[in-house]
Structures are given as structure tokens and as C-alpha cells.
Design a protein around this ligand. Structure first.
Ligand code: KG4
Ligand code: ZN
Length: 409
């Protein structure tokens, strides 16, 4: 283990439709973010109802250099201050990954820096360990054993870690990922891409359970964050909510008349695997059996609510069972669906039964794709290497290739 005090990493992430760069430093063993810049392509892909890989790659190529430049400037660092470069190696869309990997290789070669390839999901897990300012930094706590509920657009897994970078996958989805199911249900309802935040915002109009963030331990995740999860949609959500509340009786009738309780696939399967494709089909049948004029706003909102409830129920039930079996010190959630307030609240309530387990969530800006999470994983990996091992990483400027099926190890 190397003992030097400060390491700076420039991290790059382009696995899907966000071009992101970040400078991360290590203070007392805690990854500390000096800058994090994300250029989103949502508006571009929305018109196609999903991410178009070739378009994503073209946008990455256009945006990567300005995004890196901004991240370096915001961090107040120059090439000489950077010890290593990190980049998402996979999984993801190959054309999109290629853009980031090619840019990172060129920089590593010209600057003569070690280059570290990082697993995208490892990044999401390590988003839970970052701090945002030097002042905030504190010594890293005892985290392990750690259970990670990974819920993104491409992955749904329960992962057990007994130490940094040691992964045991307890279970995974057999078909759709949780985020994918959110996106597909949104599409069936004619809601815009990306579907997850849209479905969540509409589900929130149907009920608003008491919020309780007291047992969540992440200094950078404030209560204000929790309420702004649907991005700039809050005022839209609030106004729709008051519209519905002004005619509660009508809404209730429509709700109970049209919306069934959806199935909870594999909830009692006794293992840690998931399946969301049957749930998606149940939603489709529910939509089909409802006559066109009855598919109004309250109907759409009630479907979103019932669907989200089913997903959250399965995720929380399986996570609870894993906590009972493995008694982890820490529970984290990782991936885009970790921004879902209902999921955060249900896990917060559930974890109160387990006083020995601390529940940690990433701040919302690090729940979705970003490069700070890649820098967080990379800097902890880099810190563990010998000088020779670091030197050997310079060869990645020639050898590194993106891998759509990159395994978590
Ligand atoms: O991690 P992420 O940004 O990209 C992948 O690695 O896949 O996750 C994106 C996924 C999308 O499926 C999106 O709809 C979902 O996360 N998502 C949400 C919410 N915000 C994003 N799903 C449910 N509720 C949300 N608030
Ligand atoms: Zn992601």
C-alpha cells in the first residue's frame, strides 16, 4: 500500500447518454470531489423515445473535451496535478463507451499517466462513499460487510461485499432491470423518456407517505434533495396534485375502479433473483382492458403508483431477507433507480428493524450517471497499488478496450 497523502484522479464516464468528467482527490482515505461536470443528452434522445447509440457517441465526441476542460478548471488543477486517469470500461453501449475510452487513452498517452478502467456499476456503488468538500471529509468508517442493492437501467442485483472491491452477487434479474421496467411502463402510458422520474412523479400524486430521512447517513444528501428527485418537475407535480385533490371523490372512484393490484414477481422465491417482465405485462393488460376515454390523468397516475408499489415491494422484501441472512454493517443503494423517493423511504422504514445496519444513499446528483462515482472507485483502487503496479497502468493508454459485458470483480 502506498502511503502518500494526496492523489488526484481525472475520471471520465460516457457509458450511456451523459458525458461526464470529474476530478477527485483522496483525503484521509475518503474520495473527495473537487469537480463534477455532467452534460446530459436527454433532450436529444427524448424525440426517439430512448437512447440511440450512434447519436449518443456523436454527442460524446462533441462534448467530451469541453466537459473535461470545465472539470479541470472547476477543480483548479492542471495536467501536472493529475496522478492518473480513470474511465468507464463497461458495461454500457459500445459506441458510447468508445468515445470516453478513446479520449481517456489519448490523454493518458500524451500526459504519460496511468489509465484505470472502471466497472460502471462499481462506480454506482462507490458513489455512496464520496464527500463533496475538503472540510466535510472525515476518516473512512468501518463499512463491511456491505450489502448493495443495485438498481439501474441495465442492472438489478443484490451484491455482498466483505471488503473493498470484493463482490459476491447474491442474485440478479432474470429479465428486465428495474429501471428498464420503469422506462417500458412509461412508454406504454405515452410518457416521455426517461420514464423512471416521470412514473415516480406521477405515482407521488396518488399518495404521499410520511417522509422520514432520519436514519439515512449521508451528509451530502439533504432533505431538500429528497424532495427534488423528479428534477425540475416539482412545481408541475404540485399543481397536478392540487388539481386531483380538488376532486378527491372522483379520483378515488376512478382509482379503485380501474387499477388492479399488480403481481410481485418472485417475491417468495426464496432466492435473491428478480424478474420484472411479468409485472410489465400485467401493466400492459391493465391498460388494454381499460377503455380509451377512461385512460385519463388519474388512471395514468394510479397505474404509475400501483406499478411503483409492486417494484418497491419486491426490492425491499428481498433486501430485507438478505439483511436477515448476512447481517451487513452497511446497506447502500446504487444506480439510477436509487433516486426513487418511494424506494428510499421504504428502505429507511425497513432498516429501522436492524439497528446494526446503517443505510447510506448517494446524494441525488450522484445517483444518476456521473464521473465522480468513477473517480471514487478509481482513487480507492489506485491508492492500494504499488509504484510498479501504477507504472504498469500506463500501458492501458495503448491496450484498454471497452467491454459491453465487463464483469464486476
Ligand atoms: O444508472 P442510470 O443513470 O443509468 C444506467 O446505468 O442504466 O439509471 C437510469 C435508470 C433509467 O431506467 C431511469 O428511468 C431510472 O434509472 N430512474 C428512475 C428514477 N430516476 C431515474 N427510476 C425510478 N425512479 C426515479 N426517480
Ligand atoms: Zn448508471
Amino acid at each position: 500500500m502506498n502511503t502518500e497523502k494526496s492523489i488526484n484522479i481525472l475520471a471520465i464516464e460516457t457509458s450511456c447518454d451523459d458525458t461526464a468528467a470529474s476530478v477527485v482527490t483522496l483525503i484521509d482515505g475518503v474520495p473527495t470531489i473537487l469537480s463534477s461536470v455532467v452534460s446530459s443528452q436527454i433532450e436529444l434522445h427524448r424525440q426517439y423515445g430512448g437512447v440511440v447509440p450512434a447519436l449518443a457517441a456523436r454527442e460524446h465526441v462533441k462534448n467530451l473535451v469541453p466537459v473535461i476542460d470545465e472539470a479541470m478548471k472547476k477543480a483548479g488543477v492542471s495536467q501536472a496535478d493529475i496522478d492518473a486517469i480513470a474511465v468507464t470500461e463497461g458495461p454500457g453501449l459500445i459506441p458510447a463507451l468508445l468515445a470516453g475510452v478513446s479520449g481517456a487513452k489519448a490523454l493518458a498517452l500524451v500526459w504519460q499517466k496511468p489509465l484505470i478502467g472502471i466497472h460502471h456499476i462499481e462506480g454506482h456503488i462507490y458513489a455512496n462513499f464520496v464527500r463533496e468538500s475538503k472540510v466535510e471529509s472525515q476518516k473512512s468508517k468501518d463499512l463491511f460487510p456491505l450489502l448493495a442493492l443495485v438498481v439501474s437501467g441495465g442492472h438489478t442485483e443484490l451484491v455482498l461485499m466483505n471488503d473493498h472491491f470484493e463482490y459476491e452477487i447474491l442474485g440478479r434479474t432474470k429479465d428486465d432491470a428495474a429501471g428498464e421496467a420503469f422506462d417500458k411502463v412509461a412508454k406504454m402510458l405515452g410518457l416521455p423518456y426517461p420514464g423512471g422520474p416521470e412514473v415516480a412523479a406521477r405515482a407521488a400524486l396518488v399518495t404521499s407517505p410520511a417522509r422520514n430521512a432520519t436514519t439515512v447517513n449521508n451528509a451530502s444528501c439533504s432533505d431538500a434533495d429528497w424532495h427534488s428527485v423528479a428534477g425540475g418537475r416539482k412545481s408541475q407535480v404540485e399543481s397536478q396534485k392540487s388539481e386531483i385533490e380538488s376532486d378527491v371523490s372522483k379520483f378515488k372512484i376512478q382509482n379503485s375502479k380501474f387499477v388492479s393490484r399488480f403481481p410481485r414477481p418472485m417475491i417468495d422465491s426464496g432466492d435473491y433473483d428478480f424478474s420484472f417482465s411479468g409485472l410489465k405485462t400485467a401493466v400492459l393488460y391493465e391498460i388494454r382492458k381499460t377503455a380509451e376515454p377512461d385512460q385519463d390523468e388519474p388512471f395514468v397516475n394510479a397505474i404509475c403508483h400501483a406499478f411503483q408499489e409492486a417494484v418497491v415491494d419486491v426490492l425491499v422484501t428481498k433486501t430485507k431477507r438478505a439483511i436477515e441472512e448476512y447481517m451487513p454493517t452497511t446497506l447502500v443503494i446504487a444506480g439510477g433507480v436509487s433516486a426513487n423517493i418511494s424506494l428510499r423511504e421504504s428502505l429507511t422504514t425497513m432498516i429501522q428493524e436492524f439497528p446494526y445496519t446503517t443505510f447510506t444513499v448517494p446524494a441525488f446528483r450522484y445517483s444518476l450517471d456521473n464521473a465522480a462515482m468513477i473517480g471514487s472507485a478509481a482513487i480507492l483502487r489506485y491508492a492500494r497499488l504499488t509504484t510498479d503496479e501504477r507504472e504498469a497502468l500506463k500501458q492501458n493508454a495503448i491496450d484498454l478496450e471497452p467491454d459491453a459485458n465487463f464483469p464486476l470483480r
